[in-house]
Design a protein. Sequence first.
Length: 708
Amino acid sequence: MKSVVAFSIAVALGTIAFGAAYPLLFSTSTPTNDIVDFYYRFLGSGGFAGYGLKNLYAHHNEHRLVVPRLWFIADILLVQGRQTFLLLVIFVSALLHAVLLAALFRGLGQSKKAALVAFALAAAAMVSPVQYENLLQGFQVQFVQVWLFATFAFALIAWAPVDEGRPVRLGLCVVGAVTSAILSTYSMFNGLAVWPLMILFVFWRRLPLGWCLLVLLIGGALLAIEISGFLHRPRTGLNLPADADAFVFLLYMARYLTSGIGQIGTLGQEIVGVAAILGVVAAGVRNLLRPGHCPPARMAMFAVCGFILVAAFLTALGRLQFGLGSSDASRYTTPSMVFLMIVGMLVMDDLLSRSMPRLQPPALGFLVVLFLVPGVVKGIREMPTRAIVRDLADLTIVSHLAGGYRPEAMVWIYPHWPPHPAGVLDMMRSNKLGPFSELERFQPPASVFADGPAVAGPLCEGAAERLQIDPVTGVTFAAWMIDPATGRQPPWVVGRTLEGKVIAWGKALDPRLDRVPIPHPKPSDRGYQAFGDIPDPGVRVITVEGVFGDGSRCRLAGTVSAAPDLFLAELPAGATVALAGPWTFDGGPLDGGTGPFPVPAEAMPAYGSFGKEDRRFDASIELGDPGGASGVLLPILTNRWPHGTTIELLNPAGQPVAQFYLGRPAQAGWLWLALRPTSLEPGMRLTIRTTKRHEANNVAFGTPHWLP
């Protein structure tokens, strides 16, 4: 048994160290997802001067309630909104939860040594990198604490001294349990499920009638208020698939409860999950009916399991429409790990209390391998992806600082509507919050931005390519660079005009061959993406430099020339109408909707989605004989977020020969998008397709022309 315990503790300590390294390696101060909404409301209302109790309680969704918002505010006060405090709270909360689980295990009559082993294993489960979403994203503080507060509430009821003549301690336990249950309720909507279970628990423990009625009154009032408010909110309801029968619900719950060990495969999850559900429910009901034969700590553990079972059911109600696979989301691995650890503790308690020495070592070893090793495997597999996500979030800040509004970058931190996070970043920048409170991480030293010629030397080995300069894109280019003398790579890259003015800069990012297909001298090197605002007219050639942390520079030999413009401000001389027929629309004609700017005469007739109720359309037009043309020009106008609009040029066989996905908005008015395929021929078709519904996605277009 000693060797198995030593093995278990070694696995636990390794898992804890790995889990602690995850936020150190892969977290970012860039706001992502729902915390963007918090900052939108907090900063939009004037920050501390205007954000009050009404804002704290205002409905967002079932997850962003009062308690997490208080933590968000504390993070602003203590660390300028960099989320490091939130991540610390998450990690400490996870360890405190492990303490509670070990204390309940000790309350089953187990020894101190057994409780310490239980704590080590529970701590490993609670900080396992399998739950990377909850470890890396500060806005997930609520998803860690809703289970912590519920467990604490049940534990306090279990520890309440009934019939011991200690009324003060009894009162403190009940008041503490009620307070913790309220904190669970206002951490996340699932926290409401704590009340029916706690009401049942206090009556099961036969607490004095006055305390039972107090819990019943408070719990009943909160249930009535919050459920009524939820049902009366707009867009509240269920959207279950037609085949969502009881068996599908059971499978979803089984996978949800075993998502922490998802590496064993869905069939393994379903077997373990269904067995655990049936075992916990049967044992819980049996002990509920025999109060004199069940220690309070054991019933508290069953109450926690019941709470998580209700959460699994509620999650199935809301998420089953997305399929069974949504049950394995990394955020769900926290309740999964709590549930699995309690099941494991109950199994080991039975083996220890029944004096089965032969079964104890293999059972402990099996449970450790089953509950902890899959999380480590998942954590290792996720490391490249977590690095990519971190770098993309940081790239959003770099692009925002260097080149202004970049919707394609905003998608990585808030996929719903990029103008929203863009405004949030502007407000955070003016208040020096989040990443803007540590600009040294994201931009080169200020001295680099001074005008001046490219450095005479030393030369860096590398290349820059895909330089694009036009009225919409501004300036962008990709590069790689390394100092051959030292083998060091500069953290930043800078693009200068021949006169020495900085017009673009960027930061080194992890290589991403799917999105940054640029050459690398060796796999360990990192690629750059650089951004800049629209420079003075006439800039077509730049020099490229690498910048080190101390401000020293190296440069690439030669210069880099810009590719032909993607967007033209004016229709060039000699351009001729390209159409061979009228625009056709899938689903009916599209009339008007051409936006607030006058349509150029050459672009008439024009069509668009401005002012339309349904902003989605699919339009195409047949082109005539290109003659000696070099490309196709499409007049276009966009709103704040044209993302989701695709323009394609198809050959007569229907195969795409040129594609363009709209990204940055053309807000100055009508522009001409230039598509330059390798060859043109009669009978080609030009298509434009939108998929988004939001007003910011409005697009208008007109008559295409041949580019001379």
